[in-house]
Unconditional design. Structure first.
Length: 503
């Protein structure tokens, strides 16, 4: 890598009188502070400098061992320490005027890429040249430059992975079972009056019959998994601010799928009087006028359910004897903007889920994950009698962060449970992922600064039980007549509700 920076240090007063001393210091810095930590013959160097009034202009060239922007920060700090008392002044701010960087890419890009804050980006083969201009001290100190370079590499690698299927490895599959129905379960349930499309996109209203099936699955999970596994129930917030997603890692890529939440700019009725009057006259909600009166989004409706739990532990230390910690939440809906991916009740914008989270030492988290997996296997085999299979897949955070195809980390990963949809037989959509178990390693404990008393690394796992997807797979295979369902499911479901009928 090669870096060439033209920037400046602005003092709080004129420093022209110290031009000679500052010049001598530049020579000294080239052999001391600007090469500190670098191998012999490597590091950064001030190749030109001049003073004009209150400003020291510098040109810095460097390699990757001491990057030029880091060298500028070092200079500013040491100059302040060395000359502060003597000159009765300090460095008020650091700025970069132009910054040219050359680096070697891991792969040749397949198409042009765009990156924020980059003035010019040119790529020839694997050689990449980046031009940045007008960087302030915050951008320099907060490592924006390093993140820009990393992002360029990630975007190029993502182009090569984008055309590949995600890592998928079959782990286990059930005996093939003949279906009792070959109809689309959503269409069948809608026709029978079990469900009705909601007023919002990707939303369903579930009638008594389908709600009873949801509650049946909840009872089954509570009996076979939650109570036996000693999980404690909690209530997680359903509005997740950006600060939570920044720590959980979701902020790296969920923006196209979020339902954003914007608060009013004020509760003052006078601000909203025009909106209210407009509706009273036109019977139409004036969306543009509302848009003018709402503030920037503070976050969004719950996306993955478990991130909202972690602020409960954030910044705390868990006693050795209180791990593993096992909790679950089933208090409300999750929301994702599915766009063109909407289909039936198995791919919706609003869905219902029981979310399990467990935290402990690595061996404990792996053991609990295995126990949960075995419990799912018993439920799907012995109670629901499904045609299903298990596969190890790319963890969600690796896929989201452009790491598909990366080498697997021992124990970290996701196991998907896929159910057969007979009505889609022979198509790529024949199998539906309707359950998963994820081991996320230290990702969440590190992101939320959660520690263990002993100092050992904390790991976590999570598993979301989607009631819509369980229902879609079960009905697709077993139909809608409870008298024909497997005996254990028939017993758990009980008597069919009267339901709601119309003239």
């Amino acid at each position: 890598m090669r870096f060439r920076l033209e920037g400046k240090a602005v003092f709080s007063k004129d420093v022209s009188s110290a031009a000679g001393e500052l010049g001598s210091f530049m020579e000294e810095a080239n052999s001391t502070v600007l090469v500190k930590g670098a191998p012999a013959g490597k590091g950064a160097k001030v190749t030109a400098h001049r003073i004009l009034g209150d400003t020291l202009f510098v040109t810095i060239e460097s390699d990757e061992y001491v990057r030029a922007h880091d060298a500028l920060v070092r200079l500013g700090k040491v100059i302040g320490q060395k000359f502060g008392k003597q000159l009765q002044t300090g460095v008020r701010k650091l700025e970069v005027d132009t910054y040219e960087i050359e680096m070697e890419l891991e792969r040749e890009p397949l198409k042009p890429i765009r990156v924020p804050f980059v003035e010019k980006l040119s790529i020839e083969g694997k050689k990449c040249t980046v031009l940045l201009t007008k960087l302030d001290e915050k951008a320099i100190a907060d490592k924006w430059v390093d993140r820009i370079l990393t992002l360029i590499q990630e975007k190029v690698l993502a182009q090569h992975y984008a055309g590949k299927a995600e890592h998928w490895e079959l782990v286990w599959e059930s005996p093939r079972r003949s279906p009792l129905m070959k109809e689309d379960p959503t269409a069948a349930a809608e026709k029978a009056g079990w469900i009705k499309r909601g007023a919002s996109r990707g939303q369903w209203i579930y009638g008594p019959e389908m709600t009873r099936l949801f509650r049946t699955f909840e009872k089954l999970v509570e009996k076979e998994l939650l109570s036996k596994g000693d999980f404690q129930e909690m209530i997680f917030p359903k509005l997740e601010p950006f600060s939570v997603w920044e720590r959980s890692g979701h902020a790296k890529g969920i923006y196209p799928e979020v339902y954003y939440v914007c608060p009013p700019k004020s509760r003052d009725p006078a601000l909203w009087e025009e909106v209210i009057d407009h509706y009273k006259i036109t019977n139409e909600v004036p969306l543009e006028k509302i848009k003018e009166r709402i503030d920037l989004p503070i976050g969004g409706m719950t996306y993955a359910q478990c991130p909202a739990f972690w602020p409960f532990l954030q910044g705390r230390t868990l006693p050795n004897e209180r791990v593993p910690l096992k909790v679950f939440d089933r208090s409300g809906t999750s929301h994702r903007y599915e766009s063109g991916g909407l289909h039936g009740m198995e791919r919706v914008d609003e869905f219902h889920r029981i979310e399990l989270v467990w935290v402990g030492r690595q061996a404990e988290v792996v053991k609990i994950s295995s126990e949960i997996g075995e419990c799912y296997k018993r439920i799907f085999e012995e109670t629901m009698e499904l045609d299903w299979r298990m596969a190890r897949v790319t963890p969600w955070f690796m896929a989201q962060e452009g790491l598909v195809g990366d080498s697997e980390v021992t124990d970290i990963g996701t196991t998907d449970y896929e159910g057969n949809l007979p009505y889609r037989a022979g198509t790529p959509e024949e199998w539906l992922e309707f359950q998963n178990v994820s081991i996320n390693g230290t990702k969440y404990p590190k992101g939320f600064t959660v520690k263990l008393q002993s100092g050992e690394p904390l790991w976590s796992g999570c598993s979301g039980i989607g009631l819509e997807r369980w229902s879609a797979v079960f009905i697709a295979q077993k139909g809608m007549d409870p008298s024909k369902w497997p005996s254990k499911m028939k017993e758990l479901y009980g008597e069919m509700p009267r339901g709601i009928r119309f003239l």
